[in-house]
Write a protein that binds this ligand. Structure first.
Ligand SMILES: Nc1ncnc2c1ncn2[C@@H]1O[C@H](COP(=O)(O)OP(=O)(O)O)[C@@H](O)[C@H]1O
Ligand SMILES: [Mg+2]
Length: 294
């Protein structure tokens, strides 16, 4: 792991690592992308906005953020929200140093790293974070654009290029409600809805090139099986990718036969999948009694 250190008022601090997403094609989502990118535009005399993405799991919120970071050619730093996050976790952690020259290492969070580097910070699952832990974000998200760190004993100002976006699952937002001081600063709220059938088909075919000309009957089979189970309730991109992915794995496993040792690393040629593989993957993933909520 490359370690990136800088100095803040004579204190050496360690920065976080950017996430470099693989750039497979993003299907659709033009409307959502436009909203995010417009919010980030730095019009003169104005503050930049920090949008909040809201949608069910597997809908494509992360993928959307990766694409926005790519379009802006900016580094992306991801902070994963959860119930145990403390206010200081959002900013900086301290630990005993492995380096004998120093006693302690200050480790900057993904948020502060993005602030320093002028990158994009993505706070995922933000509604899982307890309200009082979110307090340091108040000053960051308005025109002050700074964060105070008690551990570091410093006020850190955001680079002009810094941008932020949050995401939450719809259910978490209903159950936990973001505190008003965050909700009022995270605008616009952008809902990430189910993609249509044509988009799901394009997501699957762009991910699994080996389907080639056989994709139509296999996708039709998938949609029929899906409708048998869930009626009008559509699949998410993740549901669809996982089912086609598992169907491919079932085909590869079968074609390996009794070869031993079994080669797991994908270096063998992919075996063609059939409608039966799709049916078995569906069965393995979802029980007939599975109920889905929108
Ligand atoms: N519009 C899209 N185009 C291509 N792939 C997508 C799209 N939306 C989602 N995916 C893929 O679906 C999967 C789930 O998306 P993800 O962004 O992780 O969802 P979320 O963050 O909403 O839970 C990922 O593998 C992602 O790459
Ligand atoms: Mg996600």
């Amino acid at each position: 792991m490359e370690v990136n250190r800088i100095s803040i008022n004579g204190k050496t601090v360690q920065l976080g690592q950017p996430y470099r997403a693989q750039t497979s094609e993003l299907v659709g989502r033009d409307r959502e992308m436009k909203k995010i990118l417009a919010a980030w535009m730095g019009s003169a005399g104005d503050i930049t906005l920090s949008p909040l993405l809201v949608g069910g799991p597997g809908m494509g919120k992360n993928r959307l953020v990766y694409e926005c970071a790519r379009v802006c050619a900016k580094e992306l730093y991801i902070f994963q929200g959860h119930e145990d996050v403390s206010a200081e976790d959002l900013i900086c952690a301290v630990r005993f140093s492995d380096d004998r020259e120093r006693q302690m290492d200050y480790i900057m969070s993904p948020i502060v790293t993005a602030m320093i580097r002028g990158g994009i910070c993505f706070i995922d699952e933000i509604a899982k974070i307890r309200p009082r832990a979110l307090a340091p974000l108040a000053s960051l998200l308005d025109e002050r654009r700074y964060i105070d760190s008690i551990i570091l004993g410093e006020r850190i100002y955001a680079h002009p290029g810094f941008r932020l976006v949050g995401a939450t699952n719809t259910i978490d937002l209903q159950q936990n409600q973001l505190p008003d001081f965050i909700q009022s600063r995270m605008r616009p709220v952008i809902t990430v809805e189910f993609p249509g059938r044509a988009e799901i088909d394009a997501i699957v075919t762009s991910r699994f090139h080996s389907l080639n000309s056989r994709s139509r009957p296999l996708l039709d089979k998938y949609w029929n099986l899906w409708a048998e189970r869930y009626g009008d309730h559509p699949p998410t991109p993740r549901d669809s990718i996982y089912i086609f992915g598992y169907a491919h794995k079932l085909a590869d496993f079968e074609s390996a036969g009794s070869d031993r040792p079994l080669v797991l690393d994908g270096s063998v040629k992919a075996a063609p999948i059939t409608e039966a593989h799709i049916a078995r993957a569906m069965e393995a993933f979802f029980k007939p009694t599975d109920k889905r909520s929108a």
